[in-house]
Design a protein around this ligand. Structure first.
Ligand SMILES: [Zn+2]
Length: 541
């Protein structure tokens, strides 16, 4: 065997973690035509070598399937990186610093041009409050300024931007959103939840398809350097069609270096139906648009996720649904009747319960086969929810990296009982629920190593514990980025494990995540090579 068939690429002498059903470990791989043709011993793999076969000597390092981020706004991240000022922590660690950075950004732009930024996180600022329009006015009064909070569920605008949007004392809060005000009733510039944020966001000039293409191309190049080989992008509300067109353009140009599964994001029945032309049943391994995303509640860091008890220090506030429940149910049932993948953002226990109930109804009506149902975030499930999601064949689309970056805000906003229930990974594993991991970038940084570390250690970047008993081992965390994650994309027949016949998406790492001493070392793991469909798309210099 192996005598007649020659490989394009052979990887020799590593710990090959296959993530096949038996989770077996091999020492070499041969690849031809973008597919894996052999997994096993070094001696056998060498028989596929001919002059011209590229050989990677792994020298005992570890090899895993390419990592899959099952929930990340890659296109938006790219746009942020190419067009927005980075306000993320620790680069910006105070309101004072935020003002400085915005002032500097404004100095490079013509008067009247929008100054856009993202990623501020006041939970980590010494001032102990949100930035306001008056802070931003100190940076510039000659440009409209609009800055997104790291959660994406809050933003702050300066006085000029508020004026352009027509927001003043007389403006009433839109349904589902809050225009924050001072004790005199004057808007502070802080806008909470989409309906309020949109009052300003909708007047900012839309990016062109070319700008999205540039953003996507930039992002893909960056992301493969962290071992990511496939991404499920739920796109951005109001921009879904433009983003999907841009992905199609990138695919057409042949410049795609990682796989994309994009979802059309709808928040009403009418909007859902407008997307029917763009959702498609393609079997293309590079780009698929198999279904929809809906957001049902807010976020914990902004006290807007829909939960069963009051937020800490906020009597009466239990968050809120972001759309009418009846309409939400109709949307899910209509989409599932069309055979779509349905992914619903549900963080609070009440939102999760509502989502699972409608999924159960959809399965009852339309059968389980073919459809994929995921609950995005799944932060505060009850035990019963875990059991029911598994029983209906659905998946938890979680982001363990939230623990690392956002735990401090959760701690501040939730009572002790709620806080200790966040993201019960071990309970999910023990009950056999499929867990698909991801970053939700740009909500937090995209590198999977943060999520890998946090799922094991259950610690935030500042050492705060969250429910340490709910940690899982490194091998299972890696499964949530590979073999399990592939199911969330509906691509487990093609990717997610290193097996004969599968597409050759692989990472050769600079260390072995399975045999490290201090879990903190996981934060440092980096690829030496990232390979997509047999092509080296990243090579560490
Ligand atoms: Zn998201």
């Amino acid at each position: 065997m192996g005598a007649q068939v020659y490989a394009d690429l052979v990887i020799l002498g590593g710990s090959v973690y296959t993530f096949n059903a038996r989770r077996s470990v091999a020492e070499a791989i041969a690849i031809k035509g973008g597919r894996i043709i052999y997994v096993g011993s070094i001696d056998e793999a060498k028989r596929y070598v001919r002059p011209g076969t590229e050989i990677i000597e792994a020298k005992g390092r570890s090899i895993t399937p390419g990592l899959i981020d099952t929930h990340a706004h890659l296109a938006m991240w790219g746009l942020y990186s190419t067009r927005y000022i980075d306000l993320s922590y620790p680069k910006v660690d105070s309101i004072k610093k935020l003002v400085e950075v915005v002032r500097e950004g404004a100095s490079k732009r013509d008067k009247g041009e929008w100054i856009l930024g993202r990623g501020w996180n006041h939970a980590l600022y010494p001032e102990g409050r949100q930035p306001s329009r008056w802070d931003l006015d100190q940076a510039t009064e000659a440009h409209p300024v609009f800055l997104w909070h790291t959660s994406g569920h809050m933003a702050v605008a300066n006085s000029m931007a508020l004026k352009l949007a027509g927001i003043d004392e007389r403006t009433r809060d839109p349904v589902g959103g809050v225009i924050e005000r001072d004790e005199r009733g004057v808007p502070t510039g802080v806008l909470v939840e989409k309906p309020a944020i949109d009052l300003v966001a909708r007047i900012i000039p839309k990016p062109s398809i070319d700008e999205w293409v540039e953003a996507i191309t930039y992002a893909m190049k960056e992301w493969v350097s962290e071992g990511i080989t496939a991404v499920k992008d739920p796109t951005v509300h109001g921009y879904s069609i433009d983003i999907i067109r841009a992905y199609q353009e990138v695919r057409r140009k042949g410049s795609q270096i990682l796989r994309i599964v994009a979802l059309y994001w709808a928040q009403s029945l009418e909007e859902l139906r407008r997307g029917y032309d763009i959702v498609e049943r393609s079997r293309d391994s590079w780009l698929r648009v198999p279904g929809i995303k809906i957001i049902l509640d807010g976020a914990l860091s902004t006290k807007t996720a829909w939960i069963s008890r009051d937020y800490r220090d906020s009597p009466g506030n239990r968050g809120l649904p972001t759309l009418d429940i009846k309409e939400f149910r109709e949307m899910v049932l209509e989409a599932s009747a069309r055979g779509y993948m349905v992914s619903v953002h549900a963080i609070g226990d009440i939102a999760i319960g509502e989502t699972i109930a409608v999924y159960e109804e959809a399965v009852k009506r339309h059968g389980a086969s073919g459809n994929i149902y995921t609950v995005i975030h799944f932060m505060l499930p009850e035990e019963d929810h875990i059991h029911r999601l598994r029983s209906l064949g659905g998946y938890a689309e979680i982001q363990s990296g939230f623990i690392y970056f956002l735990a401090d805000a959760y701690y501040k906003n939730l009572d002790t009982d709620m806080y200790s229930r966040i993201l019960p990974l071990r309970s999910m594993v023990e009950r056999g629920l499929t867990i698909c991991n991801g970053s939700d970038a740009p909500v937090i940084p995209y590198p999977p190593r943060y999520g890998i570390y946090a799922a094991v250690s259950r610690q935030s970047s500042r050492g705060l514990d969250i429910n340490p008993g709910e940690g899982i081992d490194v091998e299972h965390v890696l499964a949530t980025y590979t073999s399990e994650a592939a199911k969330c994309l509906g691509m487990e027949d093609l990717i997610g494990s290193i097996e004969n016949g599968k597409l050759a998406d692989l990472v050769v790492w600079d260390r072995d995540p399975m045999s490290i001493g201090d879990p903190k070392e996981l934060l440092e793991m980096k690829p030496l090579y990232t390979i997509v469909e047999g092509k080296i798309v990243y090579r560490r210099q």
